[in-house]
Ligand binder design. Structure first.
Ligand code: FPP
Ligand code: MG
Length: 311
């Protein structure tokens, strides 16, 4: 099956399961799902299933459930961040209000667990619910450090929770569905993929094209978040200025630009890409524990895509 065919079956399944009796939930859910997304998580779940000897389609519903969890987390995240844009369009919270956005997120999260209780196993439910706890912890940890410079260790604690945990769950669930029993190994592969993904996400917030990304760039500085590009060059920039800008309630475009230029001149973009590459290298090393084949290669390709992506 080509990647397009995988994507088509994912899109169809994603829309099929938003089946609320309440029109506003249908509208909000469909709005977010139709709004696009790279579908990295369901693809990863299906490829991991294939790599472990299963038929990727066996993991379609599980992958879609994991995409619902991702969608739920974005609905909630945009409320928390007060975001106005997502995937190039008005965010759901702006269009439907915070209450409807949060509650549709709750619906999608519960829908995901419902799918797992029907098509998954208790072991998978344990993995997935643990991942969502990790996500919430990562988010709260991030919130608690807004406006401050954080250490590299804290940065990884935050992203391991908010992003990597769900990637790890995708690889683990897919692999288990395919017949693999080494949950830890699968989890570690996903964790490093997730780290690489978030590192590049944070890089794109410094160097990306807002139009392509569908969300404004420079947002992390504006929101007072110290991410890897900044953290990696702390010994080369005016830390006093960085602290001052991150700590401000309202940051001007000029201040965003100045701090951003400082970070880029000190090589923060280079350092971030290098660090992400390290994680991809780890992914490939761990993948070598599986026999070579079509789906192992597809996961390797996804790892390369994650590093080179501009969206
Ligand atoms: C986007 O991060 C948000 C996340 C990666 C995770 C959000 C997680 C939660 C809200 C907790 C879990 C909740 C449920 C219901 C599953 P970002 O703000 O760095 O990226 P962005 O720029 O795309 O908004
Ligand atoms: Mg956000």
């Amino acid at each position: 099956m080509s990647k397009t065919e995988f994507l088509e079956s994912i899109e169809e399944e994603l829309l099929k399961n938003i089946d609320s009796r309440v029109k506003l939930i249908l509208e909000t859910g469909e709005y977010l799902i139709r709004g696009g997304g790279k579908r990295v998580r369901p693809l990863l779940t299906m490829f991991s299933c294939g790599m472990c000897g299963g038929e990727p389609n066996q993991a379609l519903k599980l992958g879609v459930a994991l995409e619902y969890i991702h969608a739920a987390s974005l609905l909630h995240d945009d409320v928390v961040d007060g975001a106005e844009k997502r995937r190039g369009k008005e965010s759901a919270n702006l269009l439907f209000g915070n209450g409807v956005a949060v509650l549709t997120g709750d619906y999608m999260y519960a829908k995901a667990l419902h799918i797992f209780s029907t098509y998954g196993t208790m072991q998978m439910i344990r993995i997935v619910s643990r991942a969502v706890m990790d996500m919430a912890e990562g988010q709260v940890l991030e919130l608690s450090r807004v406006g401050e410079i954080i250490s590299e260790e804290e940065y990884f604690r935050i992203i391991d929770g908010k992003t990597s945990a769900l990637f790890a769950a995708c690889v683990a669930v897919g692999g288990l569905a395919g017949g693999c029993t080494d949950e830890r190994l699968l989890y570690e592969i996903g964790l490093s993929l997730g780290r690489a993904f978030q590192l590049i996400d944070d890089l794109l917030d410094y160097v990306g094209d807002g139009k392509k990304l569908g969300k404004p760039v420079g947002n992390d500085i504006r929101e007072g978040k110290a991410t890897y590009p900044l953290i990696s060059v702390l010994d080369k920039i005016d830390v006093g200025y960085a602290k001052e800008v991150l700590g401000k309630a309202k940051v001007s475009d000029e201040e965003v630009r100045r701090l951003r230029d400082m970070v880029l001149e000190a090589g923060g973009d280079y350092e971030t890409k290098r660090r992400a590459q390290e994680e991809v290298y780890r992914v490939k090393t761990l993948l070598s524990g599986f026999s070579p084949g079509e789906y192992r290669s597809r996961i390797e390709e996804m790892a390369d895509f994650i590093i080179s992506r501009s969206v």
